[in-house]
Design a binder for this molecule. Structure first.
Ligand code: SF4
Length: 328
């Protein structure tokens, strides 16, 4: 869900019947009015059509007077009950009983609550390149919004005790990705498209030339690659070569209100179709092709409001601009 006005999304159990509305010609969930809070401003969270349809079905099936989703524990016949804490304990017991063949480490004692899983997943999705790509494949054109959503980013913000682990893990994952691209480039394989890819190729060539001049081998190359500290962020829909030492040309920073203390790109305003730092990796191309097909299908829908049609056409033109770079 995409929060326009409110930093917090609706808890799923708070979605009430009749709360799916059109907001700026896009389906959205409107926050519920609670007794005694009639003056509270209504907030909206944009959703995609399939979610709106799923809520309509759930609304139809829900036995509750107001709510769309209710806990199964509340069923009076006792046929199906679900207690999150019990399921988590049973999951941990299962993981710990099977470490012998799964190779996983044992989960230590301590309190584990459901929201920690949500936070952990969001955090890992945000931080690890492979997870982001998986998310992009699953969510397709929704991924840009999901990742741009400050709510998602908020969940993903690491807790203090995770910071050190994450920083090391992110750095390691990033270097692995960079090393793979370097190896591809050395073999003469394509590493990606667009101006960001050209920047990266130039950096790789310069490393190789320097090492060759010194008579070094691949180990020396790898050491130099590590020391070069090439700035790259592996993303779902593109890679970003933003360099803090030279921020000019970052499309996401144009006319942007930069939050105090923020450094680096504003990824929720990423413009891969025209930014000089954007690199469309070979793994991104199928996602953009799928996006283009999805938008073309959406544009075939009858009775689209003019504003929605114009927005979809703009999105499609941007997608086509990205694909043209890949074809070139
Ligand atoms: S627009 Fe995208 S690619 Fe360009 S600097 Fe910003 S985040 Fe990076």
């Amino acid at each position: 869900m995409h929060g326009r006005n409110n930093p917090l999304p609706p808890v799923i159990q708070e979605i009430t019947k009749g709360s799916v509305v059109q907001y700026f010609e896009v389906p959205a969930i409107a926050s519920a009015k609670h007794k005694g809070e009639e003056d509270f401003p209504v907030k909206h969270w944009w959703i995609i059509e399939p979610v709106a349809r799923a809520i309509a079905v759930a609304e139809h099936l829900s036995p509750h007077e107001e709510r769309v989703f209710t806990g199964v524990r509340s069923r009076t016949d006792g046929s199906e009950t679900f207690a999150a804490a019990e399921r988590i304990m049973s999951f941990i017991a299962h993981v710990n009983a099977t470490t012998g063949w799964t190779g996983l480490s044992e989960i230590g004692a301590g309190n584990v609550s459901p929201h920690m899983f949500r936070r952990t997943m969001a955090m890992l999705t945000d931080q690890f390149p492979g997870s982001e790509i998986a998310l992009g494949i699953q969510l397709k054109h929704t991924a840009a919004r999901a990742l741009a959503n400050r709510v998602t980013q908020g969940y993903a913000a690491p807790a203090a005790d995770w910071t050190r682990f994450l920083e090391q893990a992110v750095e390691a994952a990033r270097f692995r990705g960079l090393r793979e691209l370097f190896a591809l480039h050395r073999e003469g394989q394509p590493i990606g498209f667009g101006p960001g890819a050209e920047q990266l190729k130039d950096a790789f060539d310069s490393i190789r030339e320097t090492v060759a001049a010194q008579g070094g081998d691949t180990l020396v190359e790898e050491g130099m690659l590590r020391r070069a500290r090439i700035s790259i962020r592996f993303g779902t829909l593109n890679n970003c070569l933003f360099d803090e030492a030279s921020p000019a040309g970052a499309a996401c920073l144009e006319k942007a209100v930069i939050p105090p203390g923020h450094t680096g790109p504003l990824v929720d305003r990423c413009r891969p179709e025209r930014c000089g730092n954007s690199m469309i990796g070979t793994q991104h191309v199928p996602i953009w092709e799928s996006e283009e097909r999805g938008l073309a299908a959406l544009l075939e829908s009858p009775g689209l409001p003019p504003g929605r049609r114009a927005a979809l056409e703009r999105q499609r033109a941007e997608t086509q601009a990205i694909l043209r770079k890949a074809v070139q």
